[in-house]
Every structure is written in C-alpha cells, then in structure tokens.
Design a protein around this ligand. Structure first.
Ligand SMILES: Nc1ncnc2c1ncn2[C@@H]1O[C@H](COP(=O)(O)OP(=O)(O)O)[C@@H](O)[C@H]1O
Ligand SMILES: [Mg+2]
Length: 381
C-alpha cells in the first residue's frame, strides 16, 4: 500500500497578497482603513483555508482511486502521461515502458477496429465511455477490464486529457464463458434427448400401435362387434397423439429436409389448430448448420406459442431472410404486446435468448402494450 500523501499548502503567507483599495486615500478614515484591511485579511485566510481543504480532498480522492482501481491518464492523442502501480502490476510493464506510449501496447487483438473507433468517437465528443476490454500483458497473458474513460474538457469543451479507470474482471469473464459453454452443452444434450425420444416414440410405440390397428381391422373384416369398432377408433386416436408428441419433441422433417420445410409444416399445423394465419416470407435457399437450423426452429416455435397464448390476434408474420452478412429471423404480431422492462421473463423468452447466444447470434425483443410484439434473431453468416 502506498503512503497516504498530505497537503503541502500552508495557510501562512498573507503578506503575499496586498488588498487593492477602491476608494481614494484621502477620503478614508484611519479606523475604516484598518477595518477593511482586517476584513480582507480574514477573507483571504478563509479562501486559503477552503483551498487547502479542497486540495486535501483532491489528494484523498486520487489516493482512493489509485488504491481501488487501475488508473491511466492519456493526453488528447492517447499518449500515456500517467499510470498507477496497479496498471503496472496487471500489465506487467514498468512505468518507463508505458509512459509516452498509447494503449495499443496492451491491445489483445480481440476487439474490432470499429469497437475502438466508436470508443474514440464517444470520448472525443467529450462523453464518458464504458465497456469491457480484453487486454494482453507483457508476458502474453490476457486480462479483462471493466473500463470507464472520462474526458477532461478545456474551456472550449474539447478534451485535453482522458482519465481511464479500470477494474479487473478476468475471473468473472472466465466464469461467464464456462457458463456459456455449459449452456451450449445443455441445449445440445436436450435436443439430442428429444430426438432420441421422438424417434423411439414414433418408431417403437407408434409402429406397434399401427400393427395393432391392422389386426383390429382384420378382425373387423371377419366379424362385426361394437367393441371392435370402439377399439379401432381408440387405436387411431392413440396413433395420432403419439405422432403429435413425437412431432412436438422433434419434427423429423427438420432433420431430413431442413429448416424451411419444417417451418412450413409447423405453420400449417399451427394455423389449423389455433385459427391464426401466419404469413411466411422466406429468402433462404440452402441448408444452414444443424445447430443454427434448430435454434431458428425453436425460436419461431416458442414465439408462436406466446402469440397464441397472449397476443390475441388472428394473424402473425414470420420472416427468414439471408443476406451476405447474416441470417435474420423475425416473428411479429400486432396484438396485445407487453412491456419488456416490466414483464417477468418466463422460460420461453429466457430459452430463446440462451439458444440465440449459444448459436453465436443475438435476440432482440421489441414489444409495446396494445401495439404488438416483434422478436428478431440475427446470426452472422
Ligand atoms: N407475443 C406476445 N404478446 C403478448 N405478450 C407476450 C408475448 N410474448 C410474451 N409475452 C409476455 O411475456 C411473458 C413471458 O413470456 P415467456 O418468457 O414465454 O413465459 P411464459 O410463456 O411461460 O409466460 C408472458 O407471460 C407474456 O405476458
Ligand atoms: Mg412462453
């Protein structure tokens, strides 16, 4: 820990500032002169006291900042002019190696040029910038810092230097990454399990029931019995139900024919079942990676479930559009809507977001009460 510094400004030295007199000498009474002098002396002492206090406060603040955070000051062009102990400790560079350089010395190459351009645009305009940055230390190791950059402005409102305050968040980032990996695995395992169950239901119980139905039909051809008729109806119904469950778990068409046929089939069933017309616009002429196809399918499925449960509409729109940069999916209704800030996130919205992130994409939820809801999923191509 560094020694706590003290204010060096002394209160003495009244003689350095001689008060100016506003009135001509001869109009003043001697006692008035003395009083004025004493008054101004007192004021001066007061100002000095206050100055001393604010100076000590500044010193304390700087001390607190240096103790608690990684601090750097750069000039308006980004050259480092001040660095504290903690900056040296984490970056493994010495003060001498850092002063006069710019922050590219610790750049890890992770963030895009655009990321730093945006940062410079913000602070260059005199605004505070906040963000999380991965840096690289002298020995090659990476560290993450939560960063706040505060521009100091001159009288023309132009930044003349920047103060960067950072906190290390490497451990948090590591845990987040672990969690993310785990989430990807959980989703994978869940999908595989669904696929397995779906196949077993369809090919196992489903097929057995089907042979059962054939037997009943053969019996019915030989003799007429009301109970046989009932058995035939029940077996048919069971087969339907098993197909539905198997399809809900994982539609085989998704694996066999791909996303677009699976969506068409989903929308047909949905419209028929819930009497909601879904307009489907699709610009996508190829198969995507399996995990992306499943992600898109599940997001559309979940969003449509919410529409039939909450939106109170007879119409919705699903759009899939592929551009050079990305695949963009939108599910929209003009129904009841909700306030995304107020409304609790249920399993549906949560799993949509997690799936989106796990597939390397991004999910945006826009909704306004009374106007409707729009869910957008975008994944880089
Ligand atoms: N399309 C929609 N229209 C109106 N409200 C919606 C819509 N989608 C979601 N919501 C609201 O958001 C909430 C959270 O949705 P979700 O995360 O899927 O959880 P759940 O469906 O289990 O309630 C819902 O309870 C509902 O109030
Ligand atoms: Mg839901």
């Amino acid at each position: 820990m560094e020694q706590r510094p003290h204010n060096q400004l002394e209160p003495e030295g009244n003689d350095r500032m001689v008060p100016e007199h506003q009135q001509p000498e001869e109009e003043r009474q001697p006692s008035e002169k003395v009083n004025n002098f004493l008054d101004e002396g007192k004021q001066y002492q007061q100002v000095t006291e206050e100055l001393k206090k604010s100076m000590q406060e500044l010193i304390d603040l700087k001390f607190a900042l240096d103790e608690s955070s990684i601090v750097a000051i750069t000039d308006s062009r980004g050259k480092i002019t001040y660095i504290n102990e903690q900056f040296c400790e984490i970056s493994k560079y010495t003060k001498e190696e850092l002063i006069g350089k710019d922050h590219r010395i610790v750049n890890s190459g992770l963030h895009s040029k655009e990321f730093f351009h945006k940062m410079w645009r913000t602070i260059g305009a005199g605004e505070v910038w906040k963000g999380e940055i991965r840096n690289q230390a002298k020995d090659g190791t990476y560290y993450w810092v939560d960063t706040t950059i505060v521009p100091f402005l001159n009288e023309k409102n132009k930044p003349y230097q920047y103060l960067a305050i950072r906190y290390e968040i490497t451990e948090r980032k590591r845990v987040e990454e672990e969690l993310q990996k785990m989430m990807v695995k959980i989703i994978d395992v869940q999908e595989e399990e669904r696929k397995r169950l779906s196949r077993n239901l369809h090919d196992g119980i489903g097929q057995n029931l089907y042979s059962h139905l054939i037997t009943i039909n053969r019996l019915l051809a030989e003799m007429d019995h009301p109970l046989l008729q009932q058995m035939q109806d029940e077996a048919t119904e069971l087969i339907e139900e098993i197909r539905d469950i198997s399809w809900e778990l994982r539609p085989s068409v998704l694996d066999d024919l791909g996303l677009v046929p699976a969506i068409r089939s989903l929308l047909n069933r949905y419209s028929e079942h819930y009497k909601i017309d879904v307009i489907f616009e699709c610009v996508l002429n190829r198969r995507l990676y399996v995990n992306i196809e499943i992600t898109i399918y599940r997001i559309i499925q979940e969003a449509l479930t919410n529409i039939r449960k909450y939106a109170e509409v007879f119409e919705a729109t699903v759009t899939i559009r592929e551009t050079e940069e990305s695949v963009r999916v939108m599910i929209e209704d003009k129904g009841a809507g909700f306030d995304p800030k107020q409304e609790h996130r249920g399993v549906g919205l949560f799993s949509m977001e997690e799936r989106a992130r796990s597939a390397g994409g991004e999910l945006s939820i826009y909704s306004t009460p009374g106007k409707g809801t729009r869910i957008i999923f975008e994944v880089p191509n």
